[in-house]
Design a protein around this ligand. Structure first.
Ligand code: SF4
Length: 217
C-alpha cells in the first residue's frame, strides 16, 4: 500500500480510484525495471540498453517488430530510426499516432550485431518480456511487422509477408507468446520497404485496413 492509499484508508475510504491508463503504464514500467539488466541471451553483450515498448498501452492496438537497430539502441525507444520514421510517417498520414492510438514493441529487446535478425534461441529467451507486455496490454489487434515478428508471434516458421500480407494468420500452440488461434495481422517490416520502395503502396493498403480495424475496436 502506498502513502496516498494509506491516508485514504485512514480517513475511511474503502476503495482507491486509479486511472486505468496510468495503471497499465505503471505496471509496464515496474515490469521493465525488473528486466532492464537482463542477460538471458547473448544479445546482452553488445547492446547499449534494453529497448522496451513505447506508445499508448491502453489503445489495445499492438504493433510488433523484429529487434532494435542502431538508433533505437542509443535512444532506448523502438522504431525511431529511418525505418521507424517511415512507419510513423505513414501511420500519421492516415491519422494514427503513437502517443494515443497504438503501442509498439519488438520480438527481441536488444540490438543484434550488424542488425541481423534475432536467432530462434534469442527470440525464445526474450519471449518472457513480450508475453508480459501482451498480458498487461490485452491487445484486441496485433500487427506483425515483417517475417521475424510474424514467426515469433504465431509459431509458424514458413510465413511470407510478401504473399500473406494484408490479412490475418492464426497463432499456433508453438507460439512462445500467444495462446493458439489468436489472429495476427501480417504486413511488411518498414526496413524491408526502405530496400523495396515499390512495395510501399501495398504497405499503405495494409495500413488503411488496420485503420478500419482500429475503428471497430
Ligand atoms: S534480447 Fe531479451 S532475453 Fe536477450 S538479453 Fe535482451 S532483454 Fe534479455
Amino acid at each position: 500500500m502506498n502513502n496516498i492509499q494509506y491516508i485514504y484508508n485512514q480517513i475511511g475510504f474503502k476503495g482507491f480510484y486509479k486511472n486505468k491508463d496510468e495503471s497499465i503504464k505503471d505496471m509496464l514500467k515496474a515490469f521493465y525495471e525488473t528486466c532492464k539488466d537482463c542477460t538471458k541471451c547473448a544479445l546482452s553483450k553488445n547492446r547499449t540498453q534494453v529497448v522496451f515498448g513505447d506508445g499508448n498501452p491502453d489503445s489495445k492496438i499492438l504493433f510488433v517488430g523484429e529487434a532494435p537497430g542502431a538508433d533505437e539502441d542509443i535512444e532506448g525507444r523502438p522504431f525511431v530510426g529511418k525505418a521507424g520514421r517511415l512507419l510513423t510517417t505513414n501511420l500519421e498520414s492516415i491519422g494514427i499516432f503513437r502517443e494515443k492510438d497504438y503501442y509498439i514493441t519488438n520480438i527481441a529487446k536488444c540490438r543484434p550485431p550488424d542488425n541481423r535478425a534475432p536467432e530462434e534461441s534469442e527470440m525464445a529467451a526474450c519471449s518472457y518480456i513480450l508475453k508480459k507486455e501482451i498480458e498487461l496490454i490485452k491487445p484486441r489487434l496485433i500487427v506483425a511487422l515483417g517475417k521475424t515478428a510474424a514467426v515469433g508471434l504465431t509459431g509458424i516458421k514458413n510465413i511470407s509477408p510478401t504473399k500473406q500480407r494484408g490479412g490475418f494468420i492464426k497463432s499456433t500452440p508453438k507460439s512462445p507468446v500467444l495462446g493458439p488461434d489468436i489472429d495476427v495481422f501480417i504486413t511488411y517490416h518498414p526496413s524491408f520497404l526502405l530496400r523495396n520502395p515499390p512495395q510501399i503502396k501495398n504497405f499503405q493498403e495494409d495500413l488503411a485496413k488496420i485503420k478500419d480495424l482500429i475503428k471497430r475496436y
